[in-house]
Design a protein around this ligand. Structure first.
Ligand code: DCP
Ligand code: MG
Length: 343
């Protein structure tokens, strides 16, 4: 059943399904990948992420090793993990291993907004193991970002729903339109891929008239601030240099002006259709708002198409698209342009 149609080793040449029939395997791969990434071991990190992406595209659940025949992106390491998962008939050992790994301090620490690998390791070396220990430790100097990360941890670690993303979209669009009526505000990231939940909400903002995007982000931020709904904001200025070729790095960040923000979304602004079950009262919190991570990216109109392609994701899709451009087309792709290396 598995090898009737050959599956491409490039994510950008596979169907991207919302149904993952092999969550146990992909959870295991992602936890292992995270562990390798933490040890700056790029090879196995990419290997496990690539394998996870390929397995997510399968239209069936893997139940034995013979289901793997003809599949790309699997090496000895990934196959050994799949074999172990298949042998664990109750799946309880594997599941508890995954949960144990996720509960470990360094991975736990990096789940806080603003806490990266380095900081997490530093805290761990100081003997800190829990959020409480980090926060009461005298020597801990938290950045503004980390303070926000701890302050809104509960909201930020719960998923953003599509109705919440739409409500945020309305706020951003209304604000942008105050200054630039013909601006385009586009929902990107996971929600553009029709995922039902996400960890943040990503937007691209552009204007058809070149140059009109300059200064727009500052004005938008100002209004959000005045409305009292800007809980956190970190603006990164544009670093685009026209004379440079696209980056060769597989995971390079782009050069657009952007803002990593946390917005305060009033729950009354979230429109949930009546047909869907209301998830509201199950939440014991009486807080009438929710903190939501929002990324705003400003793009010049002539780079908008590439920015949209780059911000739609998934991460693995984008990595493989760039890899495909390089190896199969002798071109270079990033979030700004597609270059033909021969010209
Ligand atoms: N992206 C990228 N490289 C980066 C950062 C982002 O290619 N270094 C692209 C791919 C992502 C998209 O931008 O899919 C949005 O980034 P997110 O981290 O928000 O990822 P998603 O929106 O896909 O998922 P989530 O639901 O976790 O937000
Ligand atoms: Mg996102």
């Amino acid at each position: 059943s598995s090898s009737v149609v050959a599956i491409s080793p490039y994510a950008c040449q596979r169907r991207t399904s919302l149904n993952n029939y092999n969550k146990l395997f992909t959870d295991a791969f992602e936890v292992l990948a995270e562990n390798y990434e933490m040890n700056e071991n790029k090879g196995p990190y990419l290997g496990f992420m690539r394998a996870a992406s390929m397995i997510k595209s399968l239209p069936y659940a893997i139940s034995s090793m013979k289901d793997l025949e003809g599949l790309p992106c699997l090496g000895d390491q990934t196959k050994a993990v799949i074999e172990q998962c298949c042998q664990d008939t109750e799946k309880s050992t594997i599941k508890s291993c995954i949960n144990f790994a996720r509960s470990q301090s360094i991975i736990l620490f990096t789940s806080v907004f603003g806490v990266g690998q380095k900081t997490a390791e530093k805290w761990f070396r100081k003997g800190l193991r829990t959020f409480e220990e980090v926060q009461v430790h005298k020597e801990t100097k938290l950045t503004k970002m980390q303070i926000a990360g701890f302050l809104y941890y509960e909201d930020l670690s719960s998923f953003v729903t599509k109705p919440e993303a739409d409500a945020i979209g309305q706020i951003i669009e209304d604000t942008v339109r105050l200054f630039m009526p013909d601006a385009l505000v586009t929902l990107t990231g996971g929600f553009r891929r029709e995922k039902k939940i996400g960890h943040d909400v990503d937007f691209l903002i552009t204007t058809p008239v070149p140059g009109n995007e300059n200064g727009l982000l500052e004005k938008v931020i100002d209004v959000l601030h005045q409305q009292g709904i800007l809980l956190y904001c970190d603006v990164v200025e544009s670093t685009f240099d026209k004379s440079r070729l696209p980056s060769r790095k597989v995971d390079a960040l782009d050069h657009f002006q952007k803002c990593f923000a946390i917005l305060k979304l009033l729950k009354q602004k979230v429109i949930t259709s009546n047909c869907e079950e209301a998830e509201e009262p199950s939440n014991t919190s009486t807080k009438e708002w929710k903190a939501i991570r929002v990324d705003l990216v400003i793009t010049p109109f002539d780079q908008y198409a590439f920015a949209l392609l780059g911000w739609t994701g998934s991460r693995q899709f984008e990595r493989d698209l760039r890899r495909f451009a390089t190896h199969e087309r002798k071109m270079m792709l990033d979030n700004h342009a597609l270059f033909d290396k021969n010209k």
